[in-house]
Ligand binder design. Sequence first.
Ligand SMILES: Cc1cc2nc3c(=O)[nH]c(=O)nc-3n(C[C@H](O)[C@H](O)[C@H](O)COP(=O)(O)O)c2cc1C
Length: 170
Amino acid sequence: MNTLILYSSKHGTTKRYAKEMADQLFPQGHVIQVESINHHQLNQFDTVVLGTPIYAGRPQRDMSAFCQKFHDELLSKRLYLFATGLASGDLASRELQEAYPETLQQHAQEKIFLGGAVDYPSLNLLEKSVVSLMPKDDFHLANLKKVQQLSKFNKQLLKQFTQSITPLIG
Ligand SMILES: Cc1cc2nc3c(=O)[nH]c(=O)nc-3n(C[C@H](O)[C@H](O)[C@H](O)COP(=O)(O)O)c2cc1C
């Protein structure tokens, strides 16, 4: 069954998850950045995966706008949701819960919070100060300056999630 993976991404981590997922679903996985999707393309798929990063507790605006605009169409799809971020535990659950509208959450077959990543040196000053203010217990940032790009990228969890879409993946 063909699956459309729609992602939003500022620094590339969520995009990488979306592409890995498409590779795992090959040849049935198709990836498109959420801001470039149109009704015609969306109509070609009956299974849709949405992925957004969390910034300052919120999903990316492009993903929220998409969910609002295509809300009714999404309710007619098999729907899977994921978010990426550095949070863990209760905070991660809360962020995931708030990342998508309640109606879509209830409609979704599965939803998951995947570990995020930051490439600290490449952030701008504002981003660096926001990241520095994150509560260390919740964000695994024991040694902030050493956080490498894709350090929390969680292939194992991603594979489990993809298997829930197509259980036959080896
Ligand atoms: C300025 C800034 C704010 C962030 N705020 C949060 C946050 O509130 N919660 C969280 O879980 N992760 C937060 N993160 C981590 C990002 O969600 C994580 O790095 C994500 O994987 C980035 O995805 P992207 O590369 O696709 O944009 C933040 C990162 C930055 C740089």
